[in-house]
Design a binder for this molecule. Structure first.
Ligand SMILES: Cc1ncc(COP(=O)(O)O)c(C=O)c1O
Length: 353
């Protein structure tokens, strides 16, 4: 179209998350905390003052302090954004220029590619080996290309697999561009790279309140990085940006560490249940440490789209893996749900078998 930027013209419209709750008995597509939000957040919601939603709001200092305590950095190392996705957008807007080369190992979350494309950057994908990131492969590519940014997702979406610590360290030691590590799924795991920020000034970490904290609809996330990088990214934020309600509720969520710990334990228990049941019917899956994993359905010898639509007819939602850039089509992305919904999913999968 005549007036539209060329990057936008060639892009498809990505639909909003569909509201498909009608008739759903088992939602294995959500990829959020299946045990919900902290009771403390719900109690706080009941006592929100009118001015929280009628006045312009600035950054909530108490929230910054609480995130700083939770992540063991200083408040100056944190910048809030509209969800982790909003943080990724700010990063792309600050650093990606037209024709900059950016490296994205696959399969992974599709929004890194989106934000780079929006800025006219050039994405190079590097398929992982058996869903594992290999430093040698990444670093070999850096001999041929000058990458401005490397996007990593740890633990990874869709596999739930964490990056091997020594492979990650080799990459961080040698990669010359910026390294953005998306830790949206890292709460309650021990994979975080936040402790490396002091030593490596080219590291940027993004986090989310949508996942284990359960605040997806409030659209709040944060960037953790060294002060100089935070100040540069801050330049592109709007003075009207801060969402007062989201910040007040996020403050309760981040202070309730017990809720995070209990949720992580319960998710692990449900994940084990699913894995044991899938073992019984010889279906393979990725070695996830978080809510999501890939289920290999190639042994079912059936068309993937058909399986997805039949599951849906029977009340089970799973995620199509097209967006993740997998080398094979025969995978479903499964997100751990609560006991009842997981049981229903297993019953329906066994019917296909
Ligand atoms: C790995 C990963 N990063 C970021 C996001 C976006 O999270 P947010 O809701 O905080 O924007 C998601 C959401 O699915 C995700 O899976």
């Amino acid at each position: 179209m005549k007036f539209v930027r060329k990057e936008i013209g060639k892009m498809p419209i990505e639909e909003y998350a569909p509201d498909e709750q009608k008739g759903v008995k088992s939602n294995m597509a959500l990829n959020i905390n299946p045990f919900g939000v902290s009771k403390k957040v719900l109690n706080r919601l009941k006592s929100i003052k009118e001015s929280t939603i009628t006045h312009y709001y600035s950054e909530n200092r108490d929230l910054l302090k609480a995130i700083a305590k939770y992540t063991e950095v200083s408040s100056q190392n944190i910048l809030l954004g509209d969800g982790c996705d909003g943080c990724l957008e700010m990063i792309a807007h600050t650093f990606v220029e037209s024709n900059d080369e950016v490296l994205i190992p696959t399969p992974t979350f599709h929004r890194y590619e989106f934000h780079v494309n929006m800025m006219g950057g050039k994405v190079r994908f590097s398929p992982m080996l058996n869903f594992e990131l290999k430093a040698e492969k990444i670093l070999a590519l850096t001999n041929k290309h000058q990458f401005k940014i490397l996007f990593l997702c740890n633990p990874n979406n869709p596999t739930g697999v964490p990056i091997n610590k020594s492979e990650l360290q080799k990459i961080i030691k040698c990669f010359k561009g910026l390294i953005v590590i998306d830790e949206a799924l890292a709460d309650g795991t021990n994979v975080s790279s936040i402790s490396l920020l002091k030593k490596h000034k080219n590291l940027i970490i993004t986090r989310s309140f949508s996942k284990i904290m359960g605040l997806a609809a409030l659209r709040i996330g944060y960037i953790v990085a060294n002060k100089e990088l935070i100040q540069q990214i801050r330049k592109i934020t709007s003075p009207f940006k801060a969402n007062g309600l989201a910040q007040e509720l996020a403050l309760e969520a981040v202070k309730d560490v017990t809720h995070v710990e209990i949720s992580v334990k319960n998710i692990a228990k449900q994940r084990e249940y699913l894995f044991n049941e899938l073992d019984k019917i010889n279906l393979e899956y990725t070695d996830s440490i978080t809510t999501n994993f890939l289920l290999d359905i190639s042994s079912l010898n059936k068309n993937t789209e058909k399986i997805i639509s039949n599951l849906k007819k029977n009340g089970v939602l799973v995620t199509d893996t097209k967006a993740f850039k997998l080398s094979k089509k025969s995978y479903l992305r499964i997100a751990v749900s609560n006991k009842q919904e997981n049981k229903f999913f297993i019953k329906e999968i066994k019917k296909i078998k």
